[in-house]
Design a protein. Structure first.
Length: 354
């Protein structure tokens, strides 16, 4: 693994991402029928201060689950001509990292009221210039970040250094000790991090593009996430259905959700663009339906938040999401009929109705 050292000022900046065996974890805990009840996360201590809510965009009920959709404005605003300004987001401590498919990786400080302010203390006034275009960004519970090109290299940002660490898309496990690589119908490999070394070995899903050799149910993997001691893999089955399968640490299937009938039912997933934990259980970003589908921790369908009904006047392409202590931050590229595509982040806050 080759290590790329940045200028001293940048190394000092990235040092804020440093972690080791004794470093404190500052990011959230690890982590789309009939409505089903879901357990809310543990309540905060009585004397714990409550975070101010963001500006309310909408609220709705999914069975017994109440959802408030809040606006999380980006400061300064982010837009792009002819392309999506948000490809991927990841929460690392008190920073939200945003990849836009270019070589610029941005870090926003998460402020009270769900305001996202470009963090001048990170890299060059909040922007880090990478060696390749970045399409996916993930983070562990210590604030380390993995930035992936997809076809080519992935980069681990840790301890003030950026190092090439694997290829394709890499989903970093919350422990920071390992992750999984994926790219369409390629073999899913386990990436193990030991010190400054990255090693690959086959995992539970292999030879997805070969009907004779395939191991596992998927012909294509579109997203990987982690929540509730499960590895969540979203993708396409041989039947053409889009589902999420939850695996244990050994790669054994423990649950599966997503209607495999491929009809018009609300519990059908159009595409698993991202999957993450959320207070009811699991949340799937499904940009094909411009929706977030919500599932209980047992994999039962809770309901669907239709973003196109909330964010009127443009097509909201919501291909990325990340958990924030049971809440869900959703990255959206709002595609208007004319003009630039605008970056938008909203937050879904869940509670159980009495």
């Amino acid at each position: 693994m080759s290590t790329l050292r940045f200028a001293a000022a940048l190394v000092s900046t990235l040092g804020l991402l440093a972690c080791g065996p004794g470093s404190p974890a500052t990011s959230p805990s690890a982590p789309s029928g009939s409505p089903s009840s879901a357990s809310a996360p543990s309540a905060a201590a009585p004397d714990a201060p409550r975070e101010p809510p963001g500006a309310k965009l909408a609220e709705l009920d999914l069975g017994s689950t109440h959802v408030v959709v809040e606006d999380c404005p980006l400061e300064p605003a982010l837009s792009a001509d002819g392309r999506d300004p948000i490809h991927s987001i990841a929460l690392a401590g008190e920073r939200l990292f945003v990849a836009d498919g270019t070589k610029e990786l941005r870090a926003y400080a998460v402020k009270p009221g769900c305001k996202l302010v470009l963090d001048d203390s990170f890299a060059d006034h909040g922007e880090l210039h990478m060696e390749r275009e970045i399409a996916l960004v993930t983070a562990d519970a210590q604030g380390n970040v993995m930035a992936s090109n997809g076809v080519f290299d992935s980069y681990l940002l840790r301890g003030g250094k950026s190092a090439v660490c694997g290829r394709n898309y890499v989903a970093l496990h919350p422990s920071g000790a390992w992750g999984l690589t994926s790219f369409a119908n390629s073999t899913v490999n386990k990436l193990t991090l030991t010190g400054d070394k990255c090693a690959l070995e086959p995992w539970a899903l292999r030879d997805l593009g070969d009907d004779a050799k395939r191991v596992g149910p998927f012909t294509n993997v579109s997203a990987i996430g982690f929540a509730r001691d499960l590895t969540l893999v979203g993708g396409v089955l041989a039947s053409g259905a889009h589902v999420v399968v939850g695996y244990d640490a050994a790669g054994n299937e423990k649950l599966r959700f997503g209607n495999e009938a491929q009809g018009a039912s609300p519990d059908v997933i159009g595409w698993v663009h991202a999957v993450a934990g959320c207070a009811p259980g699991f949340c799937v970003a499904d940009a094909n339906y411009r929706a977030i589908s919500v599932w209980s921790k047992e994999g039962k369908f809770v309901g669907r938040v239709l973003l196109e009904e909330i964010l009127e006047g443009s097509l909201p392409w919501n291909q990325t999401a990340t958990e924030q202590n049971g809440k869900l931050l959703v990255g959206i590229s709002q595609r208007p009929k004319a003009g630039p595509v605008v970056a938008r982040v909203v937050r879904l806050v869940f509670s159980e109705r009495s």
